[in-house]
Design a protein around this ligand. Structure first.
Ligand code: RET
Length: 230
């Protein structure tokens, strides 16, 4: 993330200040991610999710077991800031209107924060999955705006922009959709341990931020049709 921050900053300096919007948005994304990973690597930004597991044995009925699982909440701080910025990148590329951009970003923040509530649900209660369901609905709102409005607007900017939006948007859709799946297997149903979860999110984060960012910035610099007057 740090290397990407440096490379993207260097790339920003190669274009005039007035043409740096995508560079700035994309560099901020990897800077926030660097900070969040630094926090997690140094042992901060980590809390515990307390689960009371009820068990019934033949001899001792109604016993409970306390279980504590690590929750890397720094991720959610990162995602709250960076996923709206990633969507801003895609929205600028498509040429979405201000209102649609705002709705997409707000739905996205709701998705991440309700996902955080789900992660700290203290017992194995249905409420946790209730929050998860709300987050998934918010995610569908995000997808809806990008697939329906985003694609149409991008196409209206010409075939080149339309095809690039379809490619990078499709890539984003696939990567992003793996996050709630990992969450469901790891945090949700505890079928994946914390170490495996860390690796899974790390791979996804690299694809969703540095790889996405490099693809966007390099294509943008060689495709003047993607310029925005903002
Ligand atoms: C959660 C759990 C609740 C349900 C849903 C989720 C979606 C998360 C997504 C995260 C994307 C993160 C990215 C990070 C970049 O590095 C919060 C996991 C739907 C889509 C792109």
């Amino acid at each position: 993330m740090l290397i990407a921050s440096i490379v993207f900053t260097g790339m920003a300096w190669t274009v005039p200040v007035s043409k740096r919007l995508y560079h700035i948005v994309t560099t901020l994304i990897v800077i926030f991610a660097s900070l969040s990973y630094f926090a997690m690597a140094s042992g901060h930004g980590i809390g515990y999710h307390h689960v009371v597991v009820r068990e019934s044995h033949k001899h001792v009925p109604d016993t409970t077991k306390d279980l504590y699982r690590q929750v890397y909440w720094a991720r959610y701080v990162d995602w709250t800031l960076t996923t709206p910025l990633l969507l801003l990148d895609l929205s600028l590329l498509a040429g979405l209107s201000g209102g649609v951009i705002l709705m997409t970003m707000v739905a996205d923040v709701i998705m991440i924060l309700t996902g955080l509530f789900a992660a700290f649900g203290t017992e194995d209660t249905p409420q946790k999955w209730g929050w998860y369901a709300i987050a998934c609905i918010a995610y569908l709102v995000v997808i809806w705006h990008l697939v329906v409005h985003g694609r149409a607007m991008a196409m209206s900017k010409g075939g080149k922009v339309g095809n690039f939006f379809a490619a990078i948007g499709g890539f984003t859709l696939i990567i992003w959709t793996v996050y709630p799946i990992i969450w469901g297997i790891a945090d949700g149903s505890r079928n994946m341990n914390v170490d495996e979860e860390i690796i899974a999110y790390a791979v996804l984060d690299i694809l969703a931020k540095p790889v996405f960012g490099a693809w966007l910035l390099f294509t943008h610099m060689s495709m003047p049709e993607t310029n925005v007057d903002l």
